[in-house]
Design a protein around this ligand. Structure first.
Ligand code: GRG
Length: 320
């Protein structure tokens, strides 16, 4: 894979072209999914108005919509339609939105800025933000149960529940927190291999599991066979790790205005991330290798997986 430029270096023209192509593909995803997401967070008068306002604020905030993109492009890679994959795209984005709202709470990361706007508990209040996350999570499962075909709805709910639960998203978050708060043995002086294993385990659950679920649900919506689901999972494992390291690089080097959230947090907290443990240059090389592995898996999926491949190549050098 062509090396991605450091954030501070000028971007070469070929990388600009690749970036522009991913940016326009993601814009098409947003055009497709955002009106549907908007309808998903419209409720009857039985829903409390302040809660609905917070849910709409969190779910419709300007995000990249990477999880919808993965679900839709996985379906496309397996010969399925975007419409059939829309419930998977919406459900994974709703889980993502809830996780961000809860992650930003004072009891968690205590952040004021998300997606370039005040965090949910800042714009509303803490209790409303907690309830907003709870209701977004329930809505994700309601969406799959109602809108996936009956033959695949139960499996879809199972896939998402596992990705969102104690062994994945929430479990990864809990372990991340435990390390930060000193509830587990301090690994800062541990051998590098142990630190890498720890970070991989956190990233695989906290970040990677939901990407994998989006891909699998997109594949399921397209009626993909086991071989294609396996390839999607191979893509997703490398993509998820590459994404998280890129996110950590943005924390180390990124620009708050472009990233849309506070940066420079990890080093200040002594947090174990690839850039803090092995340095920015080595972490970038690791992310590039993982991005290339994901792109290779996309190539094996065939020409219909072109957007997945482009996204994998772009994800490491992204600036937001
Ligand atoms: C259950 C109380 C409770 C809390 C759950 C699970 C959880 C809190 C938090 C983990 C979520 C988290 C912050 C994961 C890290 C993944 C990450 C870097 C998210 C940012 O994703 P992007 O870049 O964001 O796709 P946009 O804004 O573009 O959608």
């Amino acid at each position: 894979m062509t090396g991605c430029p450091a954030l501070t270096e000028p971007v070469p023209p070929h990388a600009q072209e690749a970036g522009a192509s991913v940016a326009s593909a993601l814009a098409r995803v947003r055009d497709f999914i955002e009106p549907r997401l908007d309808r998903a967070v419209a409720f009857s008068a039985d829903a409390a108005p302040r809660l609905v306002e917070a849910m709409r604020y969190a779910a419709l905030a300007p995000g990249k919509r990477l999880r919808p993109a993965l679900a839709l492009w996985a379906a496309e890679a397996c010969g399925g339609s975007l419409e059939a994959a829309a419930p998977a795209a919406i459900a994974t984005e709703l889980i993502h939105a809830y996780s961000l709202v809860h992650d930003d709470l004072p009891a968690m990361d205590d952040d004021d800025l998300r997606r370039g706007r005040p965090t949910c508990h800042r714009a509303f209040d803490e209790a409303t933000a907690i309830l907003c996350g709870d209701a977004l999570q329930a809505l994700a499962f309601e969406t799959l149960a109602r809108d996936m075909p009956a033959a695949s709805a139960a499996r879809a709910c199972l896939v998402l529940a596992r990705a969102a639960g104690a062994e994945a998203l929430v479990g990864g978050q809990a372990d991340d927190l435990a390390a930060e708060r000193g509830w587990v043995a301090d690994l800062t002086a541990a051998p590098a291999a142990e630190q890498v294993a720890w970070m991989d385990r956190i990233n695989r659950r906290k970040t990677g599991a939901l990407f994998l679920a989006a891909l699998e649900l997109g594949g399921l919506a397209a009626g993909a066979d086991a071989a294609r689901l396996t390839l999607l999972a191979r893509f997703g494992r490398s993509f998820g790790q590459a994404f998280q390291i890129a996110d950590d690089l943005l924390d180390a080097e990124g620009d708050e205005a472009a990233v849309g959230k506070r940066v420079g947090k990890d080093a200040g907290r002594g947090k174990l991330t690839f850039p803090t443990v092995e340095g920015v240059a080595a972490a970038r090389m690791r992310a590039e290798r993982l991005g290339a592995e994901a792109a290779a898996a996309a190539a094996e999926l065939g020409p219909a997986a072109v957007e997945l491949g482009r996204l994998a190549s772009w994800i490491v050098g992204r600036r937001h």
